[in-house]
Design a protein around this ligand. Structure first.
Ligand code: HEM
Length: 151
């Protein structure tokens, strides 16, 4: 029998919170790995996004591992991801349409690999991050003088 105080089997900076998100959403590291692998499978075959990834990633295993850690951090609050997504994307040839396509594939894959509550949980976060990445990429491209100095 599972104890109500059961801790998640993955390391987490906030074990109680992680355990309660896992219980509510059905998400765990195995589901997130399936989501990540299936999603990047689609991305690599996609006419819009595929070439951008192909030009930058030749060894996919480390990228997939990093993305599982990223999604565990974002969705389960495990706190293991310490990368810098904004500079990584600011140098890519991407605009709003690329983020729309990325989200369309992500929503589809989340529906295929997660429970409905799990899909809703990760999609809400993906949409929020995609929006802020898109803004950050546009600002980085416009240069520091394009941002109003309000103080
Ligand atoms: C416009 C669509 C997108 C494209 C074409 C894209 C492409 C890429 C590429 C090529 C990399 C590898 C960069 C490198 O190692 O130099 C990368 C890294 C990454 N991407 Fe995206 N991406 C997109 C949207 C997103 C979104 C919406 C998210 C999050 C919800 C995301 C999360 C990440 C993360 C966490 C990394 C690892 C950054 C690091 O720690 O170095 N990406 N992306």
């Amino acid at each position: 029998m599972t104890s109500p105080n059961a801790k998640p089997h993955i390391a987490s900076a906030r074990p109680e919170m992680t355990a309660s998100i896992m219980a509510e959403t059905g998400l765990d590291e195995r589901v997130l790995r399936a989501l990540v692998e299936r999603f990047y499978d689609k991305v690599r075959r996609d006419a819009v996004l595929g070439p951008i990834f192909k030009a930058r990633i030749s060894d996919w295993a480390p990228h997939l591992d990093r993305m599982v850690v990223f999604w565990s951090s974002v969705a389960l609050m495990t706190g293991g991801y310490h990368g810098k997504p904004v500079p990584a994307h600011a140098r890519l040839p991407v605009e709003r349409a690329h983020f729309e396509r990325w989200l369309a594939l992500f929503r589809e894959t989340a529906g295929e690999t997660c429970t409905p509550a799990g899909a809703e949980h990760v999609i809400e976060r993906a949409e929020r991050i995609a929006r802020s990445l898109n803004i950050a990429v546009e600002q980085a491209r416009a240069g520091p003088d394009a941002v109003p100095k309000l103080c």
